[in-house]
Design a protein around this ligand. Structure first.
Ligand code: GTP
Ligand code: SPV
Ligand code: MN
Length: 612
């Protein structure tokens, strides 16, 4: 890869294709036949976007460090206090570009019905025309980076590759931390012959000229006008969820917004759980949980913190791989008590986005538990007004830096899943935990998940909305078809994982959390595992199986008297209204909603009517 200096810029020829490579860096790919399609696409993109130069990224550490040096020179990255945070940098994004933009995110299928009411839709031709016009000349004066990446272990049959073309070096270094990026991925692309094409430009950063477009039928993504996270790191939500969910439906697997965690008992058995919670609702925290002192002998292993690809193996066992190789995690709230593993992981070799700074140039965020902010996330002296770090400030760090990283995250076949856990952020109603009665009921519970919106997307925060399977922003096709796909797994296996629902976020009338959460969530995971092992009885209610209070280990818990009882209570009248609302929600998807889902919802409704 070439580094850029001012001499380069003044002398750069107008046409990218005739730049002579001054070093070992590659500006054109060897013309392997399987890569001809890639070369032609890169040529076509360059012809449209007119970059000053093209760099094919090899994914090496040297390349990463060269890009970091380049960005510290031009101010894109600010080095943090290198004594206390070695290898750590701060990036301040544009203040109008700090989160995913769901209203500007489109799924462009030939038939609008295929995208469904859960997605914004544009016809593919119109969408290409609209966004291509923005890409015209967009990279003039800039470098175009070609970033081959692999989602999943490089030798996994379940892994899939993509190539992101971007004009953002910040995106390139994030992709290096978040994916298996570079030469190994390119070799796999050559072998596979297919890959997802992602085109990205930060463009003008004008929110009125920002689009994140997906073309699942042609495996393309085009993203213009944002440099932030899920809008710009195209391997993540765009590829590994929206495009992959479409492919998964066609091919019989699932691409989900789920963490993957191994829970090892004192006896040494490990159960793997896949848990779907909406954005900023606790996946990273649960995936890296540290068992409290009251739970000796238990151990947690992180496989993934955001995305899981799930496949049935030949024996009908559901297995999960994490397509990612790093974490793009929420910074605020991370401290020694809540998530010490993350807190320690982000002490070195981390890119922080939109955190505040202390006087001595250390990163600072709300609830860090140490230091005081001198400069806010925008780079202004901190006034004491509002949060100093942006509520959606993020860290990017490689997964292997996590002290409890599971090496099985590299296993080509993934890990067997014992339980699937859904959850939402609900102040009221949803109990601490309950188990669905069977797979079909579990799919209904998941389709009815509701959660308060968070700062992970632009728009109002704290508004309860339906977020089925925590996939509202990420399902690349019609939810009605998605639910049918989920239901169809029962036809293919009779050993599917049990399905649960949890809620860490119940509050009392003063707005205090009823459940201590974080490490203490292990107590709930233990109940889930106890159920999977057939060791625990449960209370059968209209909404599902709830724990007997004595089966949640509450010893040494700092909780208000009666709190556990409240957390395990089922408010029948409240649930009656909730299940009716789920019915109305399903109605909005019309005749495509699978009958079986409707029948399950009606069955629960009737059971509630009988008791309330
Ligand atoms: P995305 O990366 O956006 O998909 O989010 P995530 O689901 O990984 O969320 P994360 O674990 O980063 O948590 C988001 C916020 O919820 C943080 O501020 C956490 O401190 C807070 N949080 C996580 N777990 C708990 C919990 O058990 N109880 C409470 N009260 N807060 C929690
Ligand atoms: C989320 O919003 O669910 C995230 C962050 O994990 S982003 O990569 O921006 O989608
Ligand atoms: Mn997420």
């Amino acid at each position: 890869m070439r580094t850029i200096d001012s001499a380069d810029i003044t002398t750069a020829p107008k046409r990218w294709s005739i730049i002579a490579a001054p070093s070992n860096d590659r500006e054109t790919m060897p013309q392997h036949s399987r890569l001809q399609d890639l070369n032609s696409w890169v040529d076509a993109v360059a012809a449209r976007t007119q970059p000053d130069r093209i760099v094919w990224c090899d994914g090496s550490d040297a390349e990463y460090h060269r890009l970091v040096a380049q960005m510290t020179d031009d101010g894109t990255l600010l080095p943090l206090n290198q004594d206390r945070y070695p290898g750590c940098y701060l990036h301040r994004s544009d203040p109008d570009d700090v989160a995913r933009v769901e209203h500007l995110t489109f799924v462009c299928t030939s038939d609008e019905e295929d995208a469904g009411p859960n997605n914004n839709w544009m016809a593919p031709d119109a969408a290409h025309a609209k966004i291509d016009a923005l890409f015209n000349g967009a990279m003039r004066g800039r470098t175009m980076y070609v970033v081959p990446y692999c989602m999943g272990p490089i030798d996994s049959p379940y892994a899939r590759c993509g190539v992101e073309i971007t004009d953002s070096p910040y995106v390139v270094v994030n992709m290096k931390l978040m994916t298996r990026m570079g030469d190994a991925a390119l070799a796999r692309i050559e072998r596979d012959g297919d890959y997802v094409k992602g085109l990205h430009s930060t463009g003008t950063l004008d929110p009125d000229q920002r689009f994140i477009m997906h073309f699942p039928e042609s495996l393309e993504i085009k993203s213009y006008g944002s440099g932030y996270g899920g809008n710009a790191l195209l391997g993540k939500k765009c590829h590994a969820l929206r495009i992959a969910s479409w492919q998964a439906r066609k091919e019989g697997w699932l691409a989900e917004h789920m963490l993957i965690v191994g829970v090892q008992s004192p006896a040494g058995d490990t159960h793997y759980l896949a848990c779907a919670f909406p954005s900023a609702c606790g996946k990273t925290n649960l995936a890296m949980l540290i068992p409290p002192a009251s739970q000796p002998g238990w151990k947690i292993w992180t496989l993934g913190d955001d995305i899981a690809w799930l496949h049935l193996d030949d024996a009908g066992q559901l297995r999960a791989i994490n397509p990612e190789a790093g974490y793009f995690g929420v910074v605020p709230g991370t401290n020694e008590k809540t998530n010490k593993n993350a807190f320690d992981t982000i002490r070195s070799d981390t890119i922080f986005t939109n955190v505040a700074l202390t006087e001595d140039n250390c990163p600072w965020w709300e609830d860090k538990g140490e230091g005081t902010p001198a400069t806010d996330w925008r780079g202004n002296p901190y006034s004491g007004d509002g949060p100093a770090a942006h509520p959606n400030a993020r860290f990017t760090v490689r997964a292997t830096a996590n002290p409890v990283y599971s090496e099985l995250a590299e296993a080509p076949d993934g890990v067997p899943i014992s339980a699937i856990v859904f959850g939402g952020r609900r102040k009221q109603l949803a109990p601490l935990v309950f188990e669905a009665k069977d797979w079909h009921h579990g799919v209904m519970v998941a389709a009815g998940v509701a959660s308060e919106t968070t700062a992970a997307a632009t728009g109002a925060v704290g508004v309860v909305r339906r977020d089925p399977m925590a996939m509202k922003p990420f399902c690349g096709y019609n939810f009605a078809d998605y639910w049918a796909h989920w239901l169809s797994f029962a036809e293919r296996s009779d050993t599917l994982p049990r399905v649960f629902h949890v809620n860490w976020f119940r509050q009392d009338s003063d707005g205090r959390f009823l459940w201590p959460g974080f490490g203490e969530n292990l107590r709930v995971l233990r109940w889930i595992i106890g159920r999977c092992d057939g060791q625990l009885e449960a209370r059968d209610t209209a909404i599902g199986h709830l724990p007997h209070e004595a089966d949640i280990d509450a010893h040494d818990l700092d909780m208000a008297p009666g709190a556990l009882e409240t957390l395990l209570d089922v408010d029948m009248a409240g649930w009656d209204a909730e299940i009716a609302a789920v019915g109305e929600y399903l109605d909005a998807f019309g005749a495509r909603v699978p009958d079986r889902l409707r029948e399950t919802q009606l069955k629960v409704r009737d059971a509630l009517k009988a008791v309330s």
